[in-house]
Design a protein around this ligand. Sequence first.
Ligand SMILES: [Fe+2]
Length: 234
Amino acid sequence: MVTVTSAPPGEDGVIVGSEPTVTGRYLRRHGLEVITIAGSGPAAGPRAISSRVNVARTVAGVLLRDLPDRWAHTIGVARTADRVAGTVHPAQRELLLVAAWLHDIGYSRAVEETGFHPLDGAAYLRRHGWPMRVCALVAHHSGARFVARAHNLEHALDRYPCERSAVSDALTYADQTTGPQGQPMTVDQRMAEMLARRGPDSVQARVHHRREPHVRGVAMRVGERLSRSGGQPE
Ligand SMILES: [Fe+2]
């Protein structure tokens, strides 16, 4: 097992499993101290979180360390994704949580290229060897394609397959029910907050009439899946 002794702000030590292809490369690149512990046992961590999820959390924590609100939001999105993980196939839950931790890394100054955070985050992840499906979920989260069109970045976003699945729905739902400081919100509250924060002349406001039905459709589908799985929407 490998443990990271330098953790993201507000987090205890992060335990990472033996995933040399992603773990070692990432943690060393970001200057995190890595200690090899013989055997397993208690080093398995406070929860049975997969090593990939822990790597994603660590990478996001490092990249967003100078953006405390964005990091708080990310923690909230990951928490909500975990809460609604029962709406996706068990084999896809790890993917959902990985994407939830990574979905907003495009806001990091170390990642920013075009200024359109879903695309920048996806391109960064692709350059660093993350699976295409993770990159694509980040690229298209929360109806990014509607905003990309207004930025003339639609073709760049098209490099990433846009999946419509329970996983993509759960990711968008988690993002659209978590406020900018990580507080739980309804979709209505989140949209009103977003429009007020971005302003009436923003690209987001201009495409809202197209993006809103998409987000509401996602929320409806997730709500239905939650009802079937015994969970409750917020
Ligand atoms: Fe977000």
